[in-house]
Write a protein that binds this ligand. Structure first.
Ligand code: UDP
Length: 378
């Protein structure tokens, strides 16, 4: 079977630092190839993941560009998709397309009449109501959690074949490092991820906290400084930049509460694995939660607010803690040492390993290829 995995033009696979979808694809593709699937990856030239073929319209990831005004960047996803469509028109050896590009993927590929396509939707499905609210049931989609699909508009739910939880290779790696005292929030710095809540709690309790992740595509404090110092910089008033400057920065004392920018690769794994617990004070219904699954795999108990996919991933009291309010979250943060890291690791191996995810996607590929909800092959 030859599958074209459409990762989109945003970040390399694997990503150099932050990158939810790209990390998931860096997990899925090797597991598919181990099972005899040939993978053509549509990504950017900077991708280093071992694949059978790499297609790209751009040399480098375009994620930072995405922060610019819409009329300057709306062509990026289309240029990438045009490259994919061109390829699908020219050849007939692709058995199936597994698409991961928001909105433009289903909009463009459903009109093509090429090989069957499965679209995995990684985001909050209440976005783009005009698109998802009138979604044709003939387009095959999968979600990344049950709670994400449950919140989708009826039309989209009717097109969904099911949810496949995200996975991480860390679940099969058994990373062991010495535990340190700090708590960590691993993720994009933005209002949805709620870093300010973690910072407020840790400052009040006197607990060390490390915030890791980019701010509107800026990977280091120095890069963010350039934006903050220049009121004419196009990102100066970007909501994530304002969030960091107005709501998170006041807690950053360079000692107890620190923002270290993005971390990637082994440095990310080491930083994450050394933490006493991972905090998820999310202010939205997190659809998939790669960072939650990674925390479990590293034996770092996740502690978060009971929203979105978190209750599906975390078993309260066994593999982490879930709170309904900030006050309750603060109380539970003090109890993280009651949780058993081995239990977290076991759960990740059982539910969030690359093999589990690949097997589930292979079932969906078969279903889609048999014709469930897709156009017949051209
Ligand atoms: N991440 C990373 N370095 C950072 C911050 C985040 O490698 O400094 C990774 C994190 O480990 C996870 C991904 O970026 O794999 C974030 O994915 P998640 O689904 O948690 O968040 P989202 O896709 O919503 O931003």
């Amino acid at each position: 079977m030859k599958v074209l995995v459409n990762a989109g033009p945003w970040l390399a696979v694997p990503p150099p630092g932050y990158g939810g979808i790209e990390n998931v694809l860096a997990t899925l593709v090797p597991a598919l190839r181990e099972r005899g699937v040939s993978v053509v990856l549509a990504s950017v030239g900077a991708s280093t993941l071992e694949v059978d073929e790499l297609l790209c319209a751009y040399d480098d990831g375009q994620f930072t560009e995405l922060q610019k005004p819409y009329n300057q960047v709306m062509g990026i996803a289309h240029a990438h998709l045009a490259r994919v469509v061109d390829e699908l028109r020219r050849r007939d050896d692709i058995d199936l397309v597994h698409d991961h590009v928001e909105v433009v993927g289903p909009a463009v590929l459903s009109a093509l009449g090429g090989p069957p396509v499965l679209h995995t939707l990684h985001w909050d499905l209440r976005k783009h109501p005009a698109f998802y609210g009138a979604f044709p049931s003939s387009i095959a989609v999968s979600g990344v959690s049950e709670s994400q699909l449950a919140r989708a508009p009826d039309a989209l739910r009717a097109a969904a074949l099911g949810a496949v939880h995200l996975a991480t290779p860390l679940a099969e790696r058994d990373v062991r490092v010495e535990r340190e005292d700090y708590l960590v929030v691993m993720g994009r710095v933005c209002g949805l991820k709620g870093q300010h809540v973690a910072a407020r709690i840790c400052q009040k309790l006197g607990l060390p906290l490390v915030l890791a992740g980019p701010v509107s595509g800026r990977d280091t404090p120095a890069e963010l400084d350039v934006v903050a110092q220049n009121p004419y910089h196009p990102l100066h008033n970007h909501p994530d930049v304002r969030y960091h400057l107005d709501q998170v920065s006041p807690y950053l004392d360079g000692d107890l509460v620190r923002w270290i920018g993005s971390v990637g690769g082994q440095a990310r794994d080491h930083l994450y694995a050394s933490a006493r617990a991972a905090l998820f004070p999310i202010q939205w219904d997190e659809p998939g939660g790669t960072a939650v699954v990674e925390a479990l795999a590293l034996g770092v108990p996740p502690v978060g607010l009971r929203r979105g996919c978190l209750p599906e991933i975390i078993d309260h009291g066994r593999t982490g803690f879930l709170a309904d309010t900030e006050e309750e979250l603060a109380e539970l943060v003090l109890r993280v040492d009651e949780l058993d890291p081995e239990e977290c690791r076991r759960e990740a191996r059982r539910r969030f390993s690359p093999s589990v995810m690949a097997e589930r996607y292979l079932e969906l590929y078969e279903e889609v290829a048999r014709g469930t909800g897709t156009r017949p092959r051209a």
